[in-house]
Design a protein around this ligand. Sequence first.
Ligand SMILES: *Cc1c(COP(=O)(O)O)cnc(C)c1O
Length: 415
Amino acid sequence: MKAMGIIPAGFAAIDGELQIAGKGVSAHIAAAGDTPLFVYDLARVRAQVAAFRAHMPDGVSLHYAMKANPWPALLTHMVALVDGIDVASAGELASAVAAGATHVSFAGPGKRDRELRAAVSAGVTLNLESEGEAERAIAIAADAGVRPRLAVRVNPDFDLRGSGMKMGGGAKPFGVDADRAAALVRRIVAAGADYRGLHIFAGSQALDADAIADAQASAIALSARVSRDSDTAPPLVNLGGGFGIAYFPNEVPLDIAAVGRRLADALAARDAVLADTRFAIELGRWLVGEAGVYLTRIIDRKESHGETFLVTDGGLHHQLAASGNFGTVVRRNYPLAIATRFGAPATETASIVGCLCTPLDRLGDRVAVPHADVGDVVAIFMAGAYGATASPAAFLGHPPPIERLVDGDARICPE
Ligand SMILES: *Cc1c(COP(=O)(O)O)cnc(C)c1O
């Protein structure tokens, strides 16, 4: 038997059925019309935003990195809840604008001319990834007769310790190296652009508050250095994000109160060149990951060489991350449960697999579960980020997942 991650707090059973936002999974499935489906609870997203506001120093803005979950119905709510949307393609830009976003910044390598043009005409801040991209953006803006809003993404000369995905420190395709950033700032100011500031993203999925706080302090120091070297104060410094969530056994949730305290200290001690600078933090998974539950139905129950397999109608084509094939080196079990026997004691060890013809399609590896049969529903928790759109949906030709938004607060404060 292998361990699984810890089911987030607040999930209860009524008559043995997992409740999401005050409703049983059968009711969610009936409303959706089929399985598999993702259910996102807006109340959980709101709680994360409230925790951010409560613990981060006043004046630190919250951006949503929409690649974590770009589903339009959710995105519309994110636009209202946060201070800015960070996009990484012209497609995401179009979705953000359609969702009503007015504060948008666009980072990401390999921006095509048509993407730069779309960003410049939409008045979006471009986080420049290279000198070459800067020249193209300047030329495209001149051609369009628009003063571009330009920021410089700096490839930090430090990394985020313990992060699941390192985005800084050493050779990277993202941003310009720290020692060339000041020259690029001078260049875009000299070109007459509307200089918006600096963007420093050092890593993702960190659970250690001190590691995040160290990276933030290093980002503040680096922005001060670039600003002094370029004689230009940045209107905004985007400090990156990297707030992780606990997916796996033995992981402990991030202490964001500790991050907030140390950030307040670092901001109070910042170099005078940053006196009038505003700061932002960009988060994806931390905002939406815990809000999502993936529900998939058991289609077959079988034995092979003494092992029990529960074969579901879902799989890695919807939830690649839970199968251990998205950004993890060692496969570990996401928190999961038999949603139609929620709270029942575990009586057997089973592997929960998807319906794809590949051994990679394993959602739960030898987990302890109550006895489950064909027709029972499996819930995979922590499924709100990097699920539907970070999975190879076209692989093997099964239908896409259904997505639904619910609001656990609605039952507490009915409209
Ligand atoms: C992906 C990404 C994020 C979001 O990362 P999470 O781990 O989901 O918080 C933030 N900023 C940039 C630049 C990114 O590429």
